[in-house]
Design a protein around this ligand. Structure first.
Ligand code: C2E
Ligand code: MG
Ligand code: MG
Length: 590
């Protein structure tokens, strides 16, 4: 009864889920075989009465056939628990009993049994009782739990179901969203065209929403069981509640809302005229915006009302923070799509310094985005959006290509004594064309592969380590160098570390920050350097800001560093000056 596809007009009783609890499996098998003759096919058998309540929660049967005499927990006890459980107090329970004493019979009836059957069961009697029980339940459910206009489950069903879904989400740490969808000016349709037209509009609107949900990949793809994870309910007047379970991000709820708004944007034919309906949608997500059922429902309502005061035909998250971040993200996505062709990206370069000689031995290319009046946007802000949308693939190609071209130019002024690093995101790694793209760029620009290092952050590397090792070996075979970025933050397993085909470890800035003042940070940094040396990896320290840090690194025999102490990331022209400057200095010293 929890699914929106149950129809009132033709309740298909044979698909009802029938649960049995009996310590003797053979009894249950007999009953099942008899009921199968009558067309029933959906059974749950439980022989452990101690586990029965849990099974009940998980399976949500439409009725229960319960044995009375069981060890550990008997039928009386179980029945009592069921009747005091807020969700199952009305569940039909047929008691199977061999007890001929009237006292037991009386007692189970007092405890709220729906019906009694004597063992051994008479086949005809069994089928009749089960049929009667189910059909009266179905009728009562329909009255109590379904809206007669749209055939959708009603708000009472929503309330009960939602509590349960919320508990489940808590247990599995799932995210969910409620969309409160209310037709704008629904009262006007009722008043102007009458209730019959109003009902028709409601039915059509319900159909439109269902259609969107059905076609929605976000909702369908994450579901473990069909579309059970999206349920539509009719709530008050011209409003619906859409419950989306197990969504991945709040944005997924927004996407569904957007599609509903778009789908509503066509005329509904009723009473030989066309009406145009719009709706207002309030969204609340768990766990971001609230924790308990009442709060969540209230917040979704308030968000919807807010949309109405703004003129309707829109959606709004309950939390203004989430709403803002969603809208910022959307607009960033739109601007990001145009950034490449508008040539808004630039590479900055941060010198890598040899700790011993203090000379520049290379540089890391760091992406910058200059977007109109927004000015420069940090990669920390736009790289995640580029990754999610897949835009990182063309952007990443541009980064690699530009880095290689720059490398050629600097090789000419540095006698080839320079190497460059570029950052690569996991999403690029997963792209099937990545290896071929890199190969093309390397050969088209004619660089020496050994002078290019690809940096991969540790956390991303570890996500699919065995597949990544395969790819890394292919890159190594091309002659490229590989580096693990932000090392120390990504929980590398040491067992893997020794098998990684890498050349360099970059120690994350968070450890360097407190060096040399804090003992524990020093301990970590020196352990990483020691480990790297044993595994024959080069070591680079990120984020060096003070002379004391450089001296510490020298003592610990770290090989290279990057950081504001020497230089911030700078445009290519500034980097060229730094390189030329150094060469002329070197030329001047005998
Ligand atoms: P990352 O690769 O670890 O780069 C180092 C970051 O630390 C850079 O930030 C750099 O500006 C900053 N930094 C360097 N020295 C210092 C210092 O002394 N003090 C402080 N406080 N910060 C320092 P940025 O340029 O904002 O880049 C942030 C992250 O964005 C990079 O971290 C990298 O993961 C990512 N990123 C940058 N460019 C690209 C790119 O082309 N592709 C990809 N996939 N990711 C990129
Ligand atoms: Mg890096
Ligand atoms: Mg880093």
């Amino acid at each position: 009864m929890t699914h929106m596809d149950i129809q009132f007009q033709n309740p298909d009783l044979t698909s009802a889920k029938i649960m049995m609890v009996d310590d003797e499996p053979i009894n249950m098998e007999v009953v099942q075989a008899l009921l199968e003759e009558a067309g029933y096919h959906n059974f749950v058998l439980e022989e452990q009465s101690l586990r029965a309540m849990e099974t009940l929660e998980n399976e949500q049967p439409d009725m229960l056939i319960l044995d009375l005499m069981m060890p550990e927990k008997d039928g009386f006890q179980l029945l009592m628990e069921i009747r005091s459980h807020e969700r199952y107090q009305h569940l039909p329970v047929i008691i199977l009993t061999s007890a001929s004493d009237n006292e037991s019979k009386l007692r189970v009836l007092e405890l709220g049994a729906t019906d009694l059957l004597a063992k051994p069961v008479d086949p005809t009697e069994l089928k009749l009782r089960v049929y009667n029980t189910l059909s009266s339940k179905s009728y009562l459910d329909q009255l109590a739990y379904y809206d007669p206009v749209t055939q959708l489950p009603n708000s009472r069903m929503f309330q009960e179901h939602f509590e349960w879904v919320l508990r489940k989400s808590r247990r599995h740490e799932d995210r969910l969203a409620i969309l409160n969808i209310s037709l704008d000016d629904f009262g006007r349709v009722n008043a102007a065209m009458g209730h019959e037209a109003g009902d028709h509009v409601l039915q059509q609107a319900a159909e439109v929403i269902r259609e969107v949900v059905r076609a929605s990949d976000i909702v369908a793809s994450v579901g473990r069981t069909g579309n059970r994870n999206a349920n539509l309910y009719r709530s008050e007047n011209g409003a619906f509640m859409l419950l989306l379970e197990r969504i991945q991000r709040p944005e997924d709820a927004a996407l569904v809302a957007e599609r509903i708004l778009a789908a509503m944007n066509r005329p509904i034919e009723t009473m030989e005229t066309e009406v145009y309906m719009t709706c207002s949608i309030g969204i609340v997500t768990y766990p971001e915006e609230g924790d308990d059922a009442n709060t969540l429902v209230r917040l979704a309502n308030t968000a919807r009302d807010y949309v109405k005061t703004k003129g309707g035909n829109a959606f709004q998250f309950s939390s203004s923070v989430i709403d803002m971040s969603y809208r910022n993200r959307l607009s960033m996505e739109a601007r990001l799509r145009k950034a490449l062709e508008r040539e808004e990206f630039k590479l900055y370069y941060q010198p890598k310094i040899d700790v011993v000689s203090g000379r520049i031995c290379g540089a890391e290319a760091l992406l910058r985005w200059f977007n109109g009046d927004q000015g420069m946007i940090s990669p920390l802000e736009f790289i995640p959006v580029a990754e999610e949308t897949g835009l990182i693939i063309p952007i990443g190609k541009w980064v690699l290509n530009t880095t290689c071209e720059q490398l050629k130019r600097w090789c000419a002024i540095c006698n080839n004594e320079i190497s460059l690093s570029a950052n690569v995101s996991a999403r690029q790694f997963q792209d099937e064309h990545f290896i071929a793209d890199v190969r093309n760029i390397v050969s088209a620009t004619g660089i020496v592969p050994g002078q290019l290092t690809l940096e991969i952050t540790e956390s991303l590397l570890m996500q699919d380590i065995s597949q990544n090792i395969v790819l890394m070996n292919q890159l190594k075979a091309m002659g490229l160098k590989l580096s693990i970025d932000d090392f120390g933050t990504g929980y590398s397993s040491l067992a893997y570390l020794k098998n990684l085909p890498i050349d360099e470890l970059k120690i994350d800035r968070s450890f360097i920050m407190d060096v040399p003042q804090k003992e524990d940070s020093c301990a970590i940094v020196s352990a990483i350097i020691y480990l790297a040396k044993k595994l024959r990896f080069h070591t680079v320290a990120e984020g060096i800001e003070t002379r004391e840090q450089v001296e510490y690194l020298r003592r610990e025999r770290c090989e290279q560093y990057q950081g504001f102490f020497f230089s911030k990331p700078v445009p290519a022209s500034d980097m060229t000056r730094l390189l030329l400057n150094e060469r002329s200095l070197a030329g001047n010293t005998p």
